[in-house]
Design a protein around this ligand. Structure first.
Ligand code: GLY
Ligand code: GLY
Length: 261
């Protein structure tokens, strides 16, 4: 989807939004329909998007009735003077923008329900399935976006890293476009996505060296992973978990998906 948009002269932001809308529509991923359950048995979704050209960004947190949180994040970026809207305020804004709200049960799936029951038995939180997309477009601009249902059995009101610009998402043409997946609290504490750009801008690190530093030295085993691209088209998909569903497509014909190391 992203490749076709870019090949037809589309902007990175459009590619990010449309790829993430696809994931949000597929119940296999923890974003949109298929989002995980909170400890109250509901769904609360987070998403964000950022433009590396001018550092504009938009995000939503805790939305319960919006089919495509990534598109609402983009509207926050383009139609408000704010970066992050949450809960009822975000949904009132969605309605004002003409988005039809759906009942929270729209996001229910058997798979996530069963997972939730399993997690509750073991009293731990599940942290997998966040979706992200990072892009370098033909205009030389970077863009990044992330969308998630958060962590299984999270407390209602808990907001993860995905809607936090600098934690789960960041894009700067002079650094990198980054999207993170994993244990959100860790990504917030370590400002993972911004620190990728910081290491590149302030310490002159390559994309690969920065990713290695953050994923393997700052974060701990099993915390999660990132996808990132820089303005030269270098990319990394680095993680410290057992696996990470990931893929890459380029204008030179590379098309690859992977799960394990
Ligand atoms: N610095 C306070 C605020 O922007 O809400
Ligand atoms: N990384 C997704 C979350 O913690 O919510």
């Amino acid at each position: 989807i992203g490749k076709d948009i870019l090949a037809n002269g589309g902007r990175g932001l459009d590619a990010v939004e449309q790829v993430l809308r696809y994931f949000e529509s597929d119940p296999k991923f923890n974003a949109g329909i298929g989002a995980v359950y909170t400890s109250a048995g509901t769904h609360e979704m987070d998403a964000s998007i950022m433009n590396g050209k001018d550092l504009s960004a938009g995000a939503v947190a805790g939305v319960e009735h919006v089919k495509h949180p990534i598109s609402l994040a983009r509207l926050v970026m383009e139609k408000t003077s704010h970066v992050l809207l949450a809960y009822q305020g975000a949904e009132q804004f969605a309605e004002k923008m003409g988005i039809k709200l759906v009942p929270n049960s729209y996001f229910d799936t058997k798979l996530r329900y069963n997972q939730w029951q399993e997690y509750r038995k073991r009293l731990e939180e599940g942290k997998h399935g966040t979706v992200g997309c990072v892009v370098l477009d033909e205009y030389g601009n970077l863009a990044a976006g992330t969308s998630t249902g958060g962590m299984t059995n999270k407390m209602p009101g808990r907001i993860g890293d995905s809607p936090i610009i600098g934690a789960g998402t960041y894009a700067d043409n002079n650094g990198s476009a980054v999207s993170g997946t994993g244990w959100g609290e860790k990504f917030i504490i370590h400002d993972v996505a911004f620190n990728m750009t910081a290491l590149m801008k302030y310490k002159g690190y390559s994309l690969k060296k920065a990713a290695n530093e953050i994923i393997h030295k700052i974060l701990q085993p099993n915390d999660g992973g990132i996808i990132a691209v820089d303005k030269k088209g270098n990319y990394v998909m680095e993680f410290n978990t057992l696996g990470m569903f990931r893929g890459v497509a380029t204008s030179s014909g590379k098309f690859e998906i992977k799960i394990w190391k």
